[in-house]
Design a protein around this ligand. Structure first.
Ligand SMILES: CC(C)(COP(=O)(O)OP(=O)(O)OC[C@H]1O[C@@H](n2cnc3c(N)ncnc32)[C@H](O)[C@@H]1OP(=O)(O)O)[C@@H](O)C(=O)NCCC(=O)NCCS
Length: 220
Protein backbone atom coordinates (compact mmCIF):
# COMPACT_ATOMS: atom_id res chain seq x y z
CA UNK A 1 0.00 0.00 0.00
CA UNK A 2 1.34 3.42 -0.92
CA UNK A 3 0.72 6.26 1.52
CA UNK A 4 0.66 9.97 0.84
CA UNK A 5 0.84 12.78 3.37
CA UNK A 6 -2.48 14.50 3.87
CA UNK A 7 -2.21 16.60 7.02
CA UNK A 8 0.49 17.84 9.32
CA UNK A 9 0.50 15.76 12.50
CA UNK A 10 2.28 16.33 15.80
CA UNK A 11 -0.70 16.18 18.08
CA UNK A 12 0.92 14.57 21.06
CA UNK A 13 3.60 15.44 23.59
CA UNK A 14 6.96 13.74 23.28
CA UNK A 15 9.07 12.90 26.23
CA UNK A 16 12.68 13.90 25.65
CA UNK A 17 14.42 11.78 28.27
CA UNK A 18 17.38 9.78 27.03
CA UNK A 19 16.72 6.16 26.28
CA UNK A 20 12.96 6.52 25.98
CA UNK A 21 10.82 5.47 23.07
CA UNK A 22 8.86 8.35 21.55
CA UNK A 23 5.75 8.28 19.46
CA UNK A 24 3.54 10.76 17.71
CA UNK A 25 0.65 10.50 15.33
CA UNK A 26 0.14 11.59 11.77
CA UNK A 27 -2.55 11.15 9.16
CA UNK A 28 -1.99 9.85 5.66
CA UNK A 29 -4.22 9.28 2.68
CA UNK A 30 -3.85 6.26 0.46
CA UNK A 31 -2.25 7.04 -2.84
CA UNK A 32 -5.14 6.85 -5.29
CA UNK A 33 -2.77 6.50 -8.23
CA UNK A 34 -1.68 3.02 -7.17
CA UNK A 35 -4.66 1.21 -5.66
CA UNK A 36 -3.68 -2.14 -4.23
CA UNK A 37 -5.96 -4.92 -3.01
CA UNK A 38 -6.50 -3.07 0.28
CA UNK A 39 -6.96 0.39 -1.22
CA UNK A 40 -10.13 2.25 -0.36
CA UNK A 41 -10.10 5.62 -2.16
CA UNK A 42 -10.15 8.62 0.17
CA UNK A 43 -9.64 6.51 3.27
CA UNK A 44 -7.76 8.44 5.92
CA UNK A 45 -5.46 6.28 7.97
CA UNK A 46 -4.04 6.95 11.37
CA UNK A 47 -0.33 6.28 11.47
CA UNK A 48 2.04 6.03 14.34
CA UNK A 49 5.45 7.61 14.02
CA UNK A 50 7.91 6.31 16.56
CA UNK A 51 11.46 7.15 17.50
CA UNK A 52 13.80 4.46 18.70
CA UNK A 53 17.46 3.68 19.10
CA UNK A 54 19.52 2.55 16.13
CA UNK A 55 20.03 -1.18 15.65
CA UNK A 56 22.84 -2.75 13.64
CA UNK A 57 20.31 -4.24 11.23
CA UNK A 58 19.15 -0.71 10.30
CA UNK A 59 22.45 0.25 8.73
CA UNK A 60 21.79 -0.61 5.07
CA UNK A 61 18.41 1.16 5.18
CA UNK A 62 19.90 4.28 6.75
CA UNK A 63 22.64 4.42 4.15
CA UNK A 64 20.07 4.09 1.33
CA UNK A 65 18.01 6.91 2.86
CA UNK A 66 21.16 9.06 3.00
CA UNK A 67 21.79 8.34 -0.67
CA UNK A 68 18.26 9.58 -1.45
CA UNK A 69 18.62 12.67 0.73
CA UNK A 70 21.92 14.01 -0.56
CA UNK A 71 23.59 14.47 -3.92
CA UNK A 72 26.83 12.66 -4.78
CA UNK A 73 29.73 14.40 -3.11
CA UNK A 74 27.64 15.18 -0.04
CA UNK A 75 26.00 11.78 0.64
CA UNK A 76 28.08 9.51 2.88
CA UNK A 77 29.80 6.40 1.68
CA UNK A 78 28.92 3.30 3.70
CA UNK A 79 32.30 3.54 5.37
CA UNK A 80 31.80 7.17 6.40
CA UNK A 81 28.31 6.61 7.74
CA UNK A 82 29.42 3.52 9.66
CA UNK A 83 32.30 5.48 11.18
CA UNK A 84 29.92 8.20 12.44
CA UNK A 85 27.39 5.73 13.79
CA UNK A 86 30.14 3.89 15.68
CA UNK A 87 32.04 6.99 16.82
CA UNK A 88 32.61 7.12 20.55
CA UNK A 89 30.18 9.67 22.01
CA UNK A 90 27.72 9.42 19.12
CA UNK A 91 24.13 8.21 19.08
CA UNK A 92 21.71 7.47 16.27
CA UNK A 93 17.94 7.88 16.46
CA UNK A 94 15.61 6.21 13.98
CA UNK A 95 12.08 7.31 13.08
CA UNK A 96 9.61 4.65 12.00
CA UNK A 97 6.25 4.95 10.34
CA UNK A 98 3.81 2.16 11.12
CA UNK A 99 0.21 1.95 10.04
CA UNK A 100 -1.69 1.27 13.21
CA UNK A 101 -5.00 -0.44 13.65
CA UNK A 102 -5.71 -0.49 9.93
CA UNK A 103 -7.93 -3.35 8.86
CA UNK A 104 -8.91 -3.67 5.25
CA UNK A 105 -12.64 -3.81 4.53
CA UNK A 106 -11.90 -6.57 2.01
CA UNK A 107 -9.73 -8.55 4.42
CA UNK A 108 -11.04 -7.95 7.95
CA UNK A 109 -9.35 -11.13 9.12
CA UNK A 110 -5.93 -9.54 8.60
CA UNK A 111 -4.63 -8.34 11.97
CA UNK A 112 -3.49 -4.71 12.25
CA UNK A 113 0.24 -4.16 11.94
CA UNK A 114 2.20 -3.90 15.12
CA UNK A 115 3.80 -0.49 15.69
CA UNK A 116 7.35 -1.77 15.33
CA UNK A 117 6.82 -3.49 11.99
CA UNK A 118 6.88 -0.22 10.13
CA UNK A 119 9.16 1.43 7.69
CA UNK A 120 12.11 3.60 8.61
CA UNK A 121 11.38 7.12 7.33
CA UNK A 122 14.23 9.08 8.87
CA UNK A 123 17.20 9.14 11.15
CA UNK A 124 19.61 11.44 12.93
CA UNK A 125 23.22 10.94 13.99
CA UNK A 126 24.63 13.18 16.72
CA UNK A 127 27.87 13.33 18.63
CA UNK A 128 29.18 15.00 21.74
CA UNK A 129 32.73 15.66 22.78
CA UNK A 130 34.17 16.11 26.25
CA UNK A 131 34.21 19.89 26.04
CA UNK A 132 30.41 20.04 26.04
CA UNK A 133 29.89 20.67 22.35
CA UNK A 134 27.19 18.71 20.58
CA UNK A 135 27.31 18.04 16.85
CA UNK A 136 24.40 17.06 14.62
CA UNK A 137 26.17 14.93 12.03
CA UNK A 138 23.14 14.35 9.82
CA UNK A 139 19.35 14.46 9.79
CA UNK A 140 17.77 12.51 6.95
CA UNK A 141 14.06 12.18 6.18
CA UNK A 142 12.73 10.29 3.17
CA UNK A 143 11.27 12.70 0.57
CA UNK A 144 7.78 11.19 0.90
CA UNK A 145 7.78 11.66 4.69
CA UNK A 146 8.85 15.32 4.79
CA UNK A 147 6.89 18.20 6.36
CA UNK A 148 5.33 15.73 8.78
CA UNK A 149 7.41 16.77 11.73
CA UNK A 150 9.73 13.76 11.53
CA UNK A 151 12.89 15.90 11.28
CA UNK A 152 11.71 18.19 14.08
CA UNK A 153 11.02 15.31 16.41
CA UNK A 154 14.40 13.73 15.72
CA UNK A 155 16.10 17.06 16.35
CA UNK A 156 14.19 17.85 19.54
CA UNK A 157 14.91 14.46 21.05
CA UNK A 158 18.59 14.70 20.05
CA UNK A 159 18.89 18.18 21.58
CA UNK A 160 17.28 16.95 24.79
CA UNK A 161 19.73 14.09 24.93
CA UNK A 162 22.72 16.34 24.23
CA UNK A 163 21.58 18.64 27.04
CA UNK A 164 21.33 15.65 29.35
CA UNK A 165 24.93 14.85 28.33
CA UNK A 166 25.91 18.37 29.55
CA UNK A 167 26.22 19.98 26.13
CA UNK A 168 25.85 23.73 26.26
CA UNK A 169 25.55 24.19 22.51
CA UNK A 170 25.21 22.20 19.34
CA UNK A 171 26.76 22.82 15.92
CA UNK A 172 26.16 21.42 12.46
CA UNK A 173 27.11 21.99 8.86
CA UNK A 174 24.84 22.23 5.88
CA UNK A 175 25.47 23.04 2.22
CA UNK A 176 25.08 26.71 1.30
CA UNK A 177 22.50 25.78 -1.34
CA UNK A 178 20.37 23.52 0.91
CA UNK A 179 17.43 25.91 1.30
CA UNK A 180 15.04 23.37 2.92
CA UNK A 181 17.62 22.49 5.58
CA UNK A 182 18.40 26.14 6.25
CA UNK A 183 14.67 26.88 6.69
CA UNK A 184 14.36 23.84 8.94
CA UNK A 185 17.28 24.85 11.17
CA UNK A 186 16.16 28.49 11.28
CA UNK A 187 12.78 27.24 12.52
CA UNK A 188 14.70 25.45 15.25
CA UNK A 189 16.65 28.56 16.25
CA UNK A 190 20.02 27.70 14.75
CA UNK A 191 22.15 30.69 13.75
CA UNK A 192 24.77 30.80 11.00
CA UNK A 193 28.16 31.36 12.64
CA UNK A 194 30.52 31.04 9.68
CA UNK A 195 31.14 29.62 6.22
CA UNK A 196 33.37 26.59 5.71
CA UNK A 197 34.79 26.96 2.17
CA UNK A 198 35.02 23.75 0.12
CA UNK A 199 33.72 21.69 3.04
CA UNK A 200 32.17 18.96 0.89
CA UNK A 201 33.93 16.47 -1.35
CA UNK A 202 32.31 18.07 -4.41
CA UNK A 203 33.86 21.43 -3.49
CA UNK A 204 30.66 23.03 -2.22
CA UNK A 205 30.87 25.41 0.75
CA UNK A 206 29.07 24.66 3.98
CA UNK A 207 27.44 26.99 6.47
CA UNK A 208 28.22 26.22 10.09
CA UNK A 209 25.19 26.73 12.32
CA UNK A 210 25.02 26.78 16.09
CA UNK A 211 22.34 26.69 18.75
CA UNK A 212 22.80 27.61 22.37
CA UNK A 213 21.02 24.82 24.22
CA UNK A 214 21.00 26.69 27.52
CA UNK A 215 19.24 29.87 26.42
CA UNK A 216 16.95 28.86 23.55
CA UNK A 217 13.47 27.43 23.79
CA UNK A 218 12.07 24.69 21.59
CA UNK A 219 10.31 25.44 18.32
CA UNK A 220 7.51 23.08 17.31
C1 LIG B 1 15.72 19.12 6.26
C2 LIG B 1 14.86 17.91 6.61
C3 LIG B 1 15.61 17.01 7.61
C4 LIG B 1 13.55 18.41 7.29
O1 LIG B 1 12.82 17.28 7.70
P1 LIG B 1 11.23 17.32 7.81
O2 LIG B 1 10.80 16.10 8.55
O3 LIG B 1 10.63 17.55 6.47
O4 LIG B 1 11.02 18.64 8.68
P2 LIG B 1 9.73 19.05 9.55
O5 LIG B 1 8.50 18.48 8.95
O6 LIG B 1 10.00 18.75 10.96
O7 LIG B 1 9.74 20.64 9.30
C5 LIG B 1 9.71 21.56 10.37
C6 LIG B 1 9.75 22.96 9.81
O8 LIG B 1 11.00 23.20 9.11
C7 LIG B 1 10.75 24.06 7.99
N1 LIG B 1 10.96 23.32 6.74
C8 LIG B 1 11.21 22.01 6.59
N2 LIG B 1 11.34 21.70 5.28
C9 LIG B 1 11.18 22.84 4.60
C10 LIG B 1 11.19 23.16 3.21
N3 LIG B 1 11.39 22.22 2.26
N4 LIG B 1 10.96 24.46 2.85
C11 LIG B 1 10.75 25.41 3.77
N5 LIG B 1 10.71 25.16 5.12
C12 LIG B 1 10.93 23.89 5.52
C13 LIG B 1 9.28 24.49 8.10
O9 LIG B 1 9.23 25.63 8.95
C14 LIG B 1 8.67 23.27 8.79
O10 LIG B 1 7.47 23.54 9.45
P3 LIG B 1 6.07 23.49 8.60
O11 LIG B 1 6.05 22.18 7.85
O12 LIG B 1 5.04 23.57 9.68
O13 LIG B 1 6.10 24.68 7.68
C15 LIG B 1 14.46 17.11 5.32
O14 LIG B 1 13.99 18.03 4.35
C16 LIG B 1 15.58 16.30 4.73
O15 LIG B 1 15.82 15.16 5.12
N6 LIG B 1 16.30 16.87 3.73
C17 LIG B 1 17.40 16.16 3.06
C18 LIG B 1 18.57 15.94 4.00
C19 LIG B 1 19.05 17.25 4.59
O16 LIG B 1 19.20 18.26 3.92
N7 LIG B 1 19.28 17.22 5.95
C20 LIG B 1 19.69 18.42 6.67
C21 LIG B 1 21.14 18.73 6.51
S1 LIG B 1 22.10 17.65 7.56
Amino acid sequence: MSLTLLLHPLDGPVDGRPGCGHSFRGRFKEDLSSPGPCATPSTIHSVLLTLREYRQTDFETLWRIDQQCFEPGIAYSQRELMAYVRLRGSFTLVSMLATEGIQSAQHPETPPQAADEGKIVGFLVAHTNRSGLGHIITVDVLPQARRLGVGSKLLQVAEDRLQAMNCRSVVLETAVNNAPALAFYKRHQYLVVRTAPGYYANGLDALVLEKDLLSTSRAG
